[in-house]
Design a binder for this molecule. Structure first.
Ligand code: ZN
Length: 247
């Protein structure tokens, strides 16, 4: 079983200046074909920059190198991009699903609440980071709703249709339908918590700020990682060092 950790958007904070991060996407070889967890930006985002991306560039330093798109990285790794049959999304913010149009034949797996938030009327500020054209190519969606019947490590979760096992773990808050994704590895699990926790899951940001921006789960997720040391925990944005060590 092969799992690759792709940095699909390098981004440096203006404050603190030493915080250089990448948006993490997972590329997983499964019996059902290649599965991509989150996509980063897509090719078209570099040509037609969305307003939210321009706003993001005010807050952070984004080199915007199209070589970082998932499709180019997957090609460089030697996989035909059309082998990406499935995309699982933690949530639908522009920096997590902008690459959907680059994989038009992939089925998109996402929580129904998130899909409805993306397609419905915008109600609160995190929804302004949705870019509608990211699904203008009308991909085929597989929506998931009920997490009450099964659990993964005691957390309510929804089993995704892949081998090795993958689970969608609802962690609502950063967006209305945000989820983590647990991926079974050869020896254990990778629990990708997306934007439910800060960069590297670290705890240096004030708790109130984390709760406002990322939702209520960060402390609980760090506690989970401290107990289950065999589980690799990753967040939606990781320090650049992580990608070097994971390569
Ligand atoms: Zn987000």
């Amino acid at each position: 079983m092969v799992i690759r950790y792709l940095n699909c958007l390098t981004c440096s904070a203006r404050v603190p200046r030493n915080l250089h991060t990448g948006a993490l996407c997972l590329l997983v070889e499964t019996r059902q074909g290649l599965v991509l967890v989150d996509t980063g930006l897509g090719e078209d985002d570099y040509i037609h920059k969305a307003g939210i991306l321009r706003a993001f560039q005010v807050a952070t330093i984004v080199p915007l190198d199209p070589q970082e798109t998932a499709i180019r990285q997957i090609s460089r790794l030697g996989y035909p991009p059309q082998d990406v049959r499935h995309i699982v999304l933690t949530h639908m913010h522009f920096d997590h699903c902008g690459g959907l149009p680059d994989f038009p034949h992939a089925t998109v797996h996402v929580h129904e609440v998130e899909y409805n938030a993306f397609t419905g009327r915008r109600r609160y500020w995190p929804e302004f980071a949705y870019v509608r054209r990211h699904i203008a190519h009308q991909p085929s969606f597989e929506l998931y709703a009920d997490a009450s019947r099964e659990s993964w490590y005691g957390l309510p979760a929804i089993r995704l249709p892949f081998e090795p096992q993958m689970w969608l773990v609802p962690l609502f808050g950063h967006t209305r339908g945000h989820c983590g994704v647990a991926v079974q590895t050869d020896s254990s699990w990778n629990f990708h918590v997306g934007d439910a926790a800060p960069v590297d899951l670290d705890d240096s940001a004030p708790g109130w700020l984390t709760r406002v921006a990322l939702g209520p789960h960060a402390d609980r997720l760090r506690a989970f990682g401290a107990i289950h040391t065999e589980v690799q925990m990753t967040a939606g944005h990781m320090r650049l060092d992580f990608f070097k060590s994971a390569a």
